[in-house]
Structure formats: structure tokens, C-alpha cells
Design a protein around this ligand. Structure first.
Ligand code: SF4
Ligand code: SF4
Length: 337
């Protein structure tokens, strides 16, 4: 049974963590929030953790990877501008998969659904990590916790496509202007202009799923085949990606913030109302236990409302992760208040 610590105050959580076990080059993983979202993790809370690490003479950097879809965090320049606009201006920021999400490393796995995962290449520059997670619902994975934060979050653009979809991107004919931007940026010669309708067409045999066409299409015509994968497969792939992340940085601690708990994730560019009152903050060294505890507390405090949202079995991530020996679903909750 793994220990999970609870407090309503971040200071008590920070005082309980043994930061000396971290290395000298600490990555702090969080989600900066899509432009338009207001319920992302507060920069004031993140700064407290950052200041603590710096006070110990260690280097700390806020890390993320670019997103799969078109938005305010699709490329490095816009991503950093969004982070700064959201108040994360007190720390270096490292977008691990580079300017356009192309910089990636392959990490092999010995078991599971995936044989290897594609992560933002910059991950190899860090010796330890603190994962700060805004816990909330998620349309495709049921909930967004620590697994979603590092698994989906640190996948390169191609990695994110691999997790979300089981088929290749497609072109929405009604949006395509045949500008050929995607053709110029596809390194695999997988896109041509169709002779009949004069629109872009993707050859799924040549396409390797790098997702570059999605990032560069100025009209949002190159699209992600949302829904082409089952929720169960998405959840298991997120966990496999998390395994890849922890293979590179095993020295990792987790803090889940059960605050502003919304139905959907912080990738939505809309204002969302929380589903339930703020609960508090959790800390653990066990990624399975911290998400397991979070799910139970949020279900309990929302009178079961959280369990009903998105109509997805929210235990799929933690059950699969426990079967992969990543941690324990059973936990001992220690109240620091
Ligand atoms: S970049 Fe977009 S709009 Fe231009 S040809 Fe490709 S799919 Fe069509
Ligand atoms: S996903 Fe990559 S390989 Fe496939 S068509 Fe788009 S740019 Fe080309």
C-alpha cells in the first residue's frame, strides 16, 4: 500500500517532501492551459514549488511538449507566449519537442500495447522531475491526472497522434484550399492534390503519422481522426507513454491539485465551471496511488457526479498501470492538516 499525503495548503505538502532526493537539474511538468481556459493550474502555486527547488541550489525548468491540434500551443513560439500570458514568467520554459513538435526520441518498451513511444527529445536533458497535475475530467481518457500529464503531455506530436488515433490524419475537403502547405511539409511524400476534386489527399500507405500536416495547415483542413481509437486503447497508450517517460526520468514525484475540477481538460479554449468544490492537494511517490486517491476523493466529494461524466470507465488507466507494475491502486491517505 502506497502513502499519499493530503493537505488543503501547498506549504504543508512542500514541507513534507524530501526534495534532496531529486537531482540537480529538475524538470517541472505542468499544463500551461490553452488560451481562453481560466481553470488551469495557478502560476502562484507552481512558483511555490519552483522557488523551493531553487532554494536548494538546484536548477528548475518548466517543461511541456507542443499539442496535436491547432491552437495557441501548436508551436514553441506561441506555446511559450501562452505560458507567459498565463503568468508562468518566473522560470525558464523548455518545449521539449522543439519549434514544430518534430524533435523526438524513441524509447523502447519491453511489454505492453506499444513496443516503443515517441517523446519530446529534450526530456533526456533532465535528471529528475516534479509532476504538477491539475486533476479534471477528460473527453477521451475519462479523467486527466498524473498519467495524462506525463504520458500524453510529454509525447511528441506524432506520439500524441499515436495515442489519440488508430488511423492516419485526413483532409476535410470543404476546408481545403489546395494551398499545398501540407505537401511542402510532408517529408514522406504522402500528400498529393487529387486530380478530380483538386483538394489535398493523404495516401495512408505512405503516411507515417508524424502529424506535421495538422500543425502546418493554415485552414484546419488536415485533421485528427478523433474517435478512431477506443477509450480503453487511448488509456492504455497513455500509460505506456508514461512508462517511457519514467524510463528516462525514474526519479519523479507527483503533486495532484484537486482544485477547479472541471468536466473537460485545460486544452479547451473556453471558460468551464467547476463540477464540485475545491478539495485540496495530494503528494505521493506512487503515480498509480495518487491518481487512484484523486479519483476516489473527487467521486466522493462530487456525490458520484465525476464518475458519470464523459461516460468512460475512469479506472482503466490505473488498473492497466498496476498490471504493468507501475504502482499500487491501494493507498494509505495521510492527512497533514
Ligand atoms: S495545407 Fe490544408 S488547406 Fe492547404 S492543401 Fe493542405 S490540407 Fe489543403
Ligand atoms: S501525418 Fe505526416 S506523413 Fe502523414 S500525411 Fe501528414 S505530414 Fe505526411
Amino acid at each position: 500500500m502506497a502513502n499519499v499525503y493530503f493537505s488543503k495548503e501547498l506549504n504543508k505538502i512542500i514541507d513534507n517532501i524530501d526534495f534532496s532526493k531529486l537531482g540537480n537539474n529538475v524538470a517541472i511538468k505542468l499544463h500551461f492551459g490553452e488560451m481562453g481556459c481560466v481553470t488551469y493550474l495557478s502560476p502562484k502555486l507552481v512558483k511555490k514549488v519552483y522557488d523551493k527547488v531553487i532554494s536548494l541550489g538546484k536548477k528548475a525548468t518548466l517543461i511541456e511538449c507542443n499539442v496535436l491540434y491547432k491552437g495557441s500551443r501548436t508551436n514553441k513560439k506561441d506555446h511559450i507566449a501562452t505560458a507567459i500570458a498565463h503568468g508562468f514568467d518566473f522560470s525558464p520554459i523548455d518545449i521539449l519537442d522543439g519549434d514544430l513538435g518534430k524533435d523526438e526520441i524513441d524509447v523502447s518498451l519491453n511489454s505492453g500495447i506499444l513496443k516503443s513511444v515517441k517523446l519530446g527529445a529534450g526530456i533526456k536533458n533532465y535528471d529528475s522531475m516534479i509532476v504538477l497535475t491539475h486533476f479534471k475530467g477528460h473527453l477521451d481518457a475519462g479523467y486527466g491526472g498524473a498519467f495524462k500529464n506525463i504520458g500524453m503531455g510529454l509525447g511528441s506530436r506524432a506520439g500524441k497522434l499515436e495515442m489519440h488515433a488508430s488511423t492516419k490524419p485526413f483532409v476535410a475537403i470543404n476546408k481545403c484550399t489546395a494551398c499545398k502547405t501540407c505537401i511542402k511539409n510532408c517529408n514522406y511524400s504522402a500528400i498529393t492534390i487529387d486530380n478530380e476534386n483538386k483538394k489535398a489527399k493523404i495516401d495512408s500507405d505512405k503516411c507515417v503519422g508524424c502529424a506535421m500536416c495538422i500543425a502546418v495547415c493554415p485552414h484546419g483542413a488536415a485533421q485528427i481522426p478523433w474517435g478512431s481509437s477506443s477509450h480503453e486503447l487511448v488509456c492504455k497508450k497513455i500509460v505506456d507513454y508514461s512508462r517511457g517517460v519514467l524510463k528516462i526520468i525514474p526519479n519523479t514525484i507527483y503533486i495532484n491539485f484537486l482544485l477547479n475540477i472541471t468536466k473537460d481538460c485545460d486544452c479547451f479554449d473556453t471558460i468551464q465551471e467547476p463540477l464540485t468544490k475545491d478539495i485540496g492537494i495530494l503528494y505521493s511517490n506512487d503515480i498509480v496511488a495518487i491518481d487512484s486517491t484523486s479519483l476516489n476523493l473527487v467521486n466522493e466529494k462530487s456525490n458520484g457526479e465525476f464518475e458519470k461524466i464523459n461516460d468512460i470507465d475512469k479506472t482503466m488507466q490505473i488498473k492497466y498501470a498496476e498490471s504493468c507494475k507501475m504502482g499500487q491502486i491501494k493507498y494509505k491517505l495521510i492527512n497533514l492538516d
